[in-house]
Design a protein around this ligand. Sequence first.
Ligand SMILES: Cc1cc2nc3c(=O)[nH]c(=O)nc-3n(C[C@H](O)[C@H](O)[C@H](O)COP(=O)(O)OP(=O)(O)OC[C@H]3O[C@@H](n4cnc5c(N)ncnc54)[C@H](O)[C@@H]3O)c2cc1C
Length: 195
Amino acid sequence: MKIIEPTVELIDDIDGAQILRKLERCGKVSRQSKLGDAESFVRSIIKRGHESVLEHVSLTFHIICDRAIMAELTRHRHASFTVESTRYVKYDELTVIKPFSTPDGSDFTFWHMMRDTERNYLFLVEQGVKPELARAVLPLCLATELYMTANLRELRHILKLRTGNAAHPQMRVVAGKILDILREKLPVIVEDIKS
Ligand SMILES: Cc1cc2nc3c(=O)[nH]c(=O)nc-3n(C[C@H](O)[C@H](O)[C@H](O)COP(=O)(O)OP(=O)(O)OC[C@H]3O[C@@H](n4cnc5c(N)ncnc54)[C@H](O)[C@@H]3O)c2cc1C
């Protein structure tokens, strides 16, 4: 059994300046205005709420999170997802995402709980139960690999909801990692989003 931290990776090799130029080109068609400072233009359309222009660019993230966070992420209907299947994957050992705390705050207690869960799952599979049925005993903290593709408008929407105080602590970790990547690669897109 392995206990890991959630991870987020942007799988697209992007050029931020090129993306801003593309958005400027698409956005300026409406007024047939001349190209100029792409960054200022993008900042101004976000400020004015003219965010449909941001839909012209999509990014794909490779995310490893737990099943519960995956279920929350996939509620975002404008994003596209491909998710590791607990029906078709037969686990030889369980990989779980470390929770923030267990009742006594001990990793040792959590490890024992998960080891019992792993034993139950492996026992069922050994008895001939198909993985798609044995999965019933898998925990919500099971590590899950997925790809999420979303356009920049939807990413902004997701980040606003999922980095806020009302979001689940582990969702905030995952959303925070997406935000960090965008702050590095496309800062103007997320500069108004505080976390
Ligand atoms: C803190 C928090 C707690 C939550 N708790 C619960 C809970 O207890 N139970 C629960 O079931 N869910 C819960 N959710 C999930 C929530 O209800 C939404 O399903 C989820 O946040 C997806 O957001 P969305 O609908 O805004 O967006 P997206 O699917 O990302 O869509 C983006 C936007 O597009 C528009 N849009 C999308 N689809 C439609 C449509 N069909 N019609 C009209 N406009 C549309 C809306 O403006 C929407 O905001 C929670 C979410 C958060 C952030």
